[in-house]
Design a binder for this molecule. Structure first.
Ligand SMILES: Nc1ncnc2c1ncn2[C@@H]1O[C@H](COP(=O)(O)OP(=O)(O)OP(=O)(O)O)[C@@H](O)[C@H]1O
Ligand SMILES: [Mg+2]
Length: 234
């Protein structure tokens, strides 16, 4: 049987009394799969992603990632757990006291690589995402799209087994969005399980993959994400 990397079982969540953002949601992501996470603004995509990296714990039901029930992960284990996951946050979460190169190299440092090794790999990836000339800049001085590319570089530098991306192409132009999708697809081919929240239907149609569609707290699966089925959820 195919290994499940992420399993949600009857998960519900409400930030305030009486309003369920997620309602009784169950799904699983097989090892090596690629899913879009789609749905209107406010549907709960970022919330669902937050649950996967232990950014919020106030849910009912069960969530297992890499076979581990997240309720059992506490203290120092949280950081160790997060190191196995690459996360691209909707609002980037870059570290402004570090230069661009040290931001992208940070996951390798946290894994124990020397600065020399980590920076060499960081420079290579910065080159690939078109930010080599900004290695010594501080993130505050980057444009929105450049920050986003840096956030993606930092999330993938470790070749994580699970990559969770929240609107990773929201601030980049079409050409860069396609380039980033190639990067995600390449990582996926090498075994990374990917979940990719996006509003960009054109991109999802260009790189067809199954989609999880969230609306009114309910989750629907679309296999794969193609024009006719997508249009019924537009
Ligand atoms: N920390 C919070 N406290 C209270 N309500 C919240 C919190 N975070 C999100 N919400 C509410 O939960 C709902 C889902 O928000 P969420 O950010 O998950 O949506 P989304 O699908 O990611 O939207 P978008 O496409 O705009 O990014 C929204 O109604 C939002 O206002
Ligand atoms: Mg969101």
């Amino acid at each position: 049987m195919q290994q499940k990397i992420v399993q949600f079982e009857r998960v519900s969540l409400s930030y305030s009394e009486g309003k369920n953002v997620l309602h009784d949601i169950s799904f699983s992501l097989a090892k090596g799969s690629f899913h879009y996470l789609m749905g209107p603004s406010g549907a709960g995509k970022s919330t669902l992603i937050k649950l996967m990296y232990l950014g919020f714990r106030g849910y009912r039901g069960a969530i297992r990632v890499f076979g581990r029930d997240l309720v059992n992960i506490h203290g120092d284990d949280v950081a160790a757990y997060r190191r196995q996951i690459g996360v691209v946050f909707q609002d980037f979460h870059l570290l402004n006291h570090l230069c661009v190169l040290d931001n992208i190299a940070l996951p390798l440092r946290l894994k124990g690589e020397s600065w020399l090794e980590a920076r060499a790999k960081g420079l290579e990836l910065l080159n690939w995402i078109g930010l080599k000339g900004f290695a010594n800049a501080v993130p505050q001085n980057l444009s929105g799209g450049q920050k986003q590319r840096l956030a993606i570089g930092r999330a993938v530098i470790n070749r994580p087994s699970l990559l969770i991306a929240d609107e990773p192409t929201g601030n980049v132009d079409d050409e860069n969005a396609v380039k980033l999708l190639y990067l995600f697809t390449e990582l996926n081919k090498r075994g990374t399980t990917v979940i990719f929240a996006t509003h960009n239907r054109d991109l999802a149609l260009e790189f067809p993959q199954p989609a999880l569609y969230l609306e009114h707290g309910e989750l629907h699966m679309i296999f794969p994400c193609h024009e006719r089925k997508m249009s019924s959820y537009a």
